[in-house]
Ligand binder design. Structure first.
Ligand code: MSP
Length: 507
């Protein structure tokens, strides 16, 4: 696999600020962070964007309900998102807010440009609209006349409105999606979208509301009585988050996005209006959408009324940040639906972190202390190339759970190796072989510290330190160098530290 310097631009959806972040938001953001860190580790030039979506009828309603001014309300919740991401060690390069003046200005310029170029016209729009989703619905989306996600009947909306000529882009977008020029993954999601294009087709879409209906939005520059549909405003974050159009340095370097992550709830709107807008603006389409599944909690839909909403910050407080990052990325096949449960988390923690990685590290370091006075023994030949190869392939295809499995297979191999080599016997009969065994194990731990770095950055640092290496210095090494065998220098002292993952004893 080539390690040529590439650029990598990854985005998450920008989250609604109607409520504080939950585990679903954290999941998307952590997965994006893992990919961003992986690409940085390869030496790629990375831009990772996340943020908050702060306009729209729903947000105004909630702010009214809690007796706050919309801006005051969105400031608070947006801060809760950015604090949560700090806690979870998210390495985003920017945090975009749609209430930023620069974003608003850019959005208005886009609206004006689309209007001037004839892509926006005045008309009337009548359609079913689900306020919960902030999305228009077709009859086929409904179950018993109700939105399946919000269990409520959508409203019929009919009013003077500006429309975006989305229908014009039907053929071109369908072709591009089919040919994977605009890739939608997993394949099942691509097929769903193709079938939507073929059966329903792209229709012109209302992109404004009268200001008295939705005052909390961006005004149309050519008609101050209207505010812009929140999704049009929101999509543009993927460009304005790069500083576009005023500071176009990052835009020039990073657009089009390499991976746009989201879940299935917002795929359709993303795979229709967003690329159509880009074509209308003469911009390139994103290279890939990756759609992950939805989390349930103990088998049930997460909802406030069920009282089962999981707070990712509290979760990390209880189990640790890396522990949560590990669990979320390992438990669910990335791209499929998954379930979260505390029992599973504790099970995996004990089996894979405490008894798996943690135990291996303490065993190997204890043997190095006991048999070699805590000094790295003589170098011996070896390789971790097979693990790296499979890991890289899995990371490239975004099979994050499988990349982790590669690492844990290596851990299992080390455990096996210790058992078959039995260093406690070798010390009596074959010191040279013992030295080779311990070097192999220590050097494999160095590789493991690299392999887990995107997933568990703090544990990776701790492991480097325990191996007697300075994490900051290590991370400056090139990816090719890191993957080479023999990075540990004989004679250097290890620094055995605290147990990485103390076992959870269930009450
Ligand atoms: N504001 C829009 C997105 C605009 S992007 C231009 C929005 N916001 S949201 O807060 O509802 O976030 C939806 C996204 O949050 C999902 O696509 C997914 O990434 C994440 N998730 C929310 N709940 C989730 C689960 N229960 N499970 C997995 N991901 C979840 O839509």
């Amino acid at each position: 696999m080539s390690s040529k310097l590439n650029k990598f631009y990854i985005t998450t959806p920008i989250y609604y600020v109607n409520d504080v972040p939950h585990i679903g938001h954290a999941y998307t953001t952590i997965m994006a962070d893992i990919l961003a860190r992986y690409h940085r580790m390869r030496g790629d030039d990375v831009f990772f964007l996340t943020g908050t979506d702060e306009h729209g009828a729903k947000i105004k309603q909630i702010a009214d309900k809690v007796g706050k001014k919309p801006k005051e309300f969105v400031d608070e919740i947006s801060a809760a998102f950015s604090t949560a991401w700090d806690t979870l060690n998210i390495s985003n390069d920017n945090f975009i807010r749609t209430t930023n003046p620069a974003h608003k200005k850019a959005v208005q310029e886009v609206a004006q440009k689309l209007f001037d170029n004839g892509f926006i016209y005045k008309g009337k729009y009548e359609a079913l609209y689900c306020l919960g989703c902030e999305q228009y619905k077709t009859k086929t989306d409904l179950v018993d006349g109700k939105c399946p996600d919000h269990k409520s009947e959508p409203e019929v909306r009919s009013e003077e409105s500006y429309l975006f000529k989305m229908s014009k882009f039907q053929d071109e977008l369908l072709q591009r999606i089919k040919k994977d020029e605009f890739k939608i993954r997993p394949e099942t999601r691509k097929n769903e979208i193709i079938s939507f294009y073929e059966k329903e087709g792209l229709k012109d879409v209302a992109i404004s509301r009268r200001k008295e209906s939705v005052p909390w939005g961006i005004e149309l520059p050519f008609d101050k009585d209207h505010t812009l549909y929140v999704w049009i405003d929101a999509f543009l974050n993927y460009l304005t988050g790069l500083g576009w159009p005023k500071n176009d340095k990052n835009y020039k370097k990073f657009w089009p996005a390499d991976v746009q992550l989201m879940s299935k709830d917002i795929l359709r709107v993303h795979a229709t209006i967003w690329p159509a807008m880009l074509l209308a603006l003469g911009e390139q389409l994103p290279k890939q959408f990756f759609i992950h599944g939805y989390f349930t909690i103990d088998g049930q839909k997460m909802s406030k009324s069920l009282g089962n909403v999981v707070d990712p910050v509290a979760l990390a407080g209880k189990y640790g940040v890396d522990e949560v990052r590990y669990f979320l990325s390992r438990e669910v096949s990335f791209g499929e639906d998954g379930d979260f449960s505390f029992a599973r988390l504790e099970e995996r923690y004990n089996a894979e972190l405490a008894n798996g990685l943690g135990n291996l590290v303490s065993r190997v370091l204890a043997m190095c202390e006991k048999y070699f006075d805590g000094k790295i023994p003589e170098k011996t030949s070896g390789s971790a190339a097979r693990t790296w190869q499979s890991y890289e392939i899995n990371m490239e295809k975004l099979a994050l759970h499988l990349a982790l499995k590669d690492v844990w297979d290596l851990i299992a191999f080390c455990d096996q190796f210790i058992n078959t080599e039995a260093p406690w016997q070798l010390v009596k009969v074959d010191k040279e072989r013992l030295s080779r065994v311990i070097y192999t194990l220590l050097e494999t731990l160095r590789h493991i510290a690299w392999l887990i770095a995107p997933f568990m950055p703090m544990t990776s640092d701790k492991l480097f330190e325990q191996l007697g290496l300075a994490p900051e210095k290590e991370k400056k090494k090139s990816f090719e160098k890191a993957k080479e065998w023999g990075g540990l220098a004989p004679g250097k002292k290890i620094k055995r530290g605290v147990v990485l993952f103390p076992k959870i004893i269930s009450k």
